[in-house]
Design a protein around this ligand. Structure first.
Ligand SMILES: C[S@@+](CC[C@H](N)C(=O)[O-])C[C@H]1O[C@@H](n2cnc3c(N)ncnc32)[C@H](O)[C@@H]1O
Length: 790
């Protein structure tokens, strides 16, 4: 049995802090007990509670007083989070005092306490939509952001000094003229990573004298230069991290020129001491450059030059040890990228920015004033380039074609909202060659919000046919709302085994009782049910018109709407969670199967008992919803009740593979898009290795776009057995639960509860609009807590 996913995630987070697995288990168990298995409290702030508790556990070598204070410190921290914890005020006070005495030994706690006081300047990035899971599992939402850490080459400047540059791509010609300088504090997801005092003590206020002035021809306005812990840090104001003092070049107004800055910094380095410099500058072309340089010349002959990888590793170790950054996704490259983000936010948050105002008229809602950034990390030239490109869209009469630009990607796709819905052929999916006209800020620039990889680019879809010709019908996609492209994935018309799934489709497994070998023509027209119909249980599933029979349809709708009554008590997924830290089993659905005729049957392909295997027949379209649900699927024609629409197609995975994929994907901030093939799990005979699911995240069909609707969705899912008589592998087919008018969005009830976080996929805020929406309770709660906060 694989470990509980949450347990696994906790182990990984601790491993990232260099904490041995053996130390984690016992502490985690204790915490789960203390918190009554409330994982959220443990997972908060990247398992800070757990890390603290392990440190405390480790600290029994320290004197009794110290130990006591540390333990209570952990409890104090969570006192506000868990009402079940002690509220003994006296003990807290006593131990807080004790803690003061050992403060120096507890940098993590100091950091945490400081962090709690700091106002969050930037809200966390919006999370991207996550995929559905019909069945409950054991995971809650997980971080979305990609770590973005890539192998790096050595980056050594011509003078032999290591250099790292973080570069914010130019987006328009606006500079932060006259704005307050950025503080040298570094923010990460709304939290201060490096408190000011630490920054001021560890960085250099220098520009190396041997650096040619011409290296910075366009950077006229240093926003911040961060000083080192050296004897010649002259201005004590930096100890408070307050940037802005001209004499130290912490900041310069736009009127201050580059030469002046550099002259003064050169004089700082003239005493021949080791120098480290952090310089952040912006240019009149809208570029922001962050330059770090470290002079090695004066370090002596034994100075050993670090490779860039070593440097990054060393820095990350330092962050883990000195600053106790416990985010498993932390990397220095990400940190640099965050700096780019801050720059962009600073720029685009400026309310008096005339250009922003004019731009706002053209920026699409999804782009939202360039908060959502297309980013690309690369190392093509051996240096680290961290590019953050704001997704800007501005329409210009000078720009006859939409133009896409993604820094570092040669083959980005062109397109615009206007073009995609009208004449996509004008932009033939290729990036236009560099044209001065396009480099003007007034031209139409669309930066896709994906981190496009070569694979992604290959899978950009034809606007007229998402299926790439794989189906008998074409499925178009349109976006009349934003500038987003349909997400990259590989269209497959049928399920495909990923690797380990045991899907044994063979004629020999289909026994005489599993097929109607003596039938001819169309079984449904026969007065007596064939062997296949008998396996369905209640005769033929379909009418002569190919619709799902009313009685069967209603039965399936009832199962979908009231799943509690149909839960099984024992299932592979729950057995898979065989761990002390398990939450109670919630069970899985016991469903009604349809058995279709197949190749071993005597009937023909047009037999009325072969509906889903004929594939898509409806006129469907993928479109971008206006309610904030991302992409959705709609019908372009009226559909009767009981009509087959499509099946959910994806990669066939074992549950183990799904768990592994989910864990792995979550590290990258991606989510699987799973449907569990659990219809027979109630039998109690499904072996764990036979328990299957479908994942449509990377390989799938149109069904991957069907959004969730609570309770009264217009589609209902029905398990359909075609090739495999074993009930382990089957097709997950969608039928209309009522008449549907042309252009109505197609929806199904994912079967998720919004009040618990016991799901395989990240929870989303439901915008289904149903009056039976199950998310209302949660929304009401957040509205209540928001108004309480006010
Ligand atoms: C299978 S995908 C559906 C297609 C998806 N909208 C997209 O853009 O690719 C499931 C994801 O869509 C979004 N979604 C689906 N139904 C939703 C709803 N009722 N309200 C808000 N978001 C929804 C959620 O992000 C969910 O994780």
């Amino acid at each position: 049995m694989a470990p509980n996913k949450r347990v696994g995630a906790a182990y990984r987070a601790m491993a990232n802090l260099g904490i041995d697995e053996s130390k984690v288990k016992s502490v985690l168990k204790k915490l789960l007990k203390v918190y009554d298995k409330n994982w959220e409290l443990i997972e908060e702030e990247n398992y800070r509670v757990l890390a603290d508790a392990i440190f405390d556990d480790d600290d029994n070598k320290v004197p009794e007083l110290k130990r006591k204070s540390q333990t209570v410190d952990v409890l104090n921290t969570h006192h506000s989070l868990s009402s079940s914890l002690s509220n003994n005020q006296e003990e807290e006070t006593e131990c807080e005092e004790a803690q003061m005495n050992v403060e120096t030994a507890r940098p993590l706690k100091r950091l945490r306490l400081r962090g709690q006081e700091v106002q969050h300047l930037h809200p966390p990035a919006n999370s991207a939509p996550s995929p559905p899971s019909k069945i409950k599992s054991e995971d809650s939402g997980l971080p979305e952001g990609c770590s973005g850490k890539k192998p790096q080459d050595n980056a050594v400047s011509s003078d032999g000094n290591p250099r790292i540059e973080a570069h914010v791509s130019p987006r328009d010609s606006i500079v932060d003229k006259g704005k307050q300088p950025a503080s040298p504090q570094v923010y990460h997801r709304g939290k201060v990573l490096f408190p000011n005092s630490q920054m001021s003590q560890t960085h250099a206020l220098r520009i190396p004298k041997d650096e040619p002035v011409d290296d910075f021809p366009d950077y006229e306005m240093p926003i911040a230069v961060i000083p080192p812990e050296t004897s010649n840090v002259r201005d004590s104001s930096m100890k408070n991290g307050v940037a802005g003092k001209h004499g130290d070049h912490v900041s310069m107004s736009s009127s201050q020129c580059r030469d002046k800055v550099r002259d003064e910094d050169i004089s700082h380095t003239s005493n021949g001491e080791a120098t480290c410099n952090v310089e952040i500058a912006s240019s009149t072309h809208g570029e922001v450059k962050l330059s770090l340089s470290c002079s090695s010349a004066i370090q002596g002959s034994d100075f050993c030059m670090l490779s860039r990888d070593q440097l990054l590793q060393k820095m990350e170790d330092k962050c883990l040890r000195s600053y106790k950054i416990s985010d498993p996704n932390f990397s220095v490259v990400n940190l640099l990228r965050d700096i780019c983000d801050c720059m962009l936010e600073f720029r685009t948050n400026s309310s008096d920015d005339a250009s922003k105002e004019s731009q706002a008229h053209h920026v699409s809602p999804s782009v939202g004033g360039s908060k959502d950034l297309g980013m690309f990390c690369g190392s093509s030239n051996g240096s680290i380039n961290v590019n953050a490109s704001a997704a800007l869209v501005s329409l210009s009469p000078r720009s006859p074609f939409p133009h896409a630009h993604l820094s570092g990607v040669d083959d980005a796709v062109l397109g615009s909202k206007v073009d995609r819905t009208t004449d996509f052929s004008q932009s033939n999916g290729r990036k236009e060659p560099e044209d001065p006209m396009f480099s003007n800020s007034g031209c139409l620039v669309v930066v896709p919000q994906h981190n496009l990889t070569a694979g992604d680019i290959r899978s950009i879809h034809d606007v007229n046919d998402l299926t790439k010709g794989e189906e008998d019908v074409q499925i178009s996609w349109v976006n009349e709302t934003t500038n987003e492209f349909a997400p990259p994935f590989n269209y497959i018309p049928q399920n495909l085994v990923f690797q380990d799934a045991f899907v044994n489709i063979s004629l020999s497994r289909v026994g005489v009782e599993d097929c109607c070998s003596t039938c001819m023509g169309n079984c449904v027209l026969s007065s007596t049910p064939c062997a296949c119909a008998n396996k369905t249980g209640s005769g033929f599933a379909y009418t002569a018109q190919g619709l799902l029979k009313e009685e069967l349809l209603e039965e399936c709708i009832a199962i979908s709407r009231n799943p509690q009554q149909f839960y099984c008590k024992d299932c592979p997924l729950e057995r898979y969670k065989n761990d002390d830290c398990l939450e109670p089993c919630k069970g899985h659905l016991k469903r009604k199967f349809i058995k279709e005729c197949w190749r071993k049957c005597g009937c023909g392909k047009q037999c009325g008992n072969r509906v889903i295997q004929r594939g898509l027949t409806c006129n469907l379209q993928v479109f971008f919803t206006s309610e904030g649900k991302g992409w959705g699927l709609r019908t372009l024609e009226d559909l009767p009740k009981g009509a087959f629409v499509c099946e959910f197609v994806g990669e066939i995975l074992t549950i183990k593979e799904l768990q592994e994929r989910n864990l792995k994907c979550n590290e990258n901030g991606k989510y699987t898009c799973p449907v569990l093939l659990d219809a027979n799990w109630d039998s109690g005979h499904v072996k764990d290795e036979e328990a299957l699911c479908l994942d449509a995240a990377s390989y799938g069909n149109t069904a991957r776009f069907i959004n969730h609707r609570c309770f009264d969705a217009n589609l209902v899912e029905v398990p359909v057995e075609v090739e495999d008589p074993g009930h382990y592998y089957y097709h997950f087919a969608f039928f209309t639960s009522r008449k549907i008018a042309a252009r109505e969005e197609l929806t199904w009830d994912y079967g998720i509860g919004f009040d618990d976080h016991d799901h395989l996929v990240k929870m989303f805020e439901c915008r289904c609009g149903s009056k039976f929406c199950r998310n209302t309770k949660r929304l009401n709660r957040s509205i209540r807590s928001a108004s309480n906060a006010i």
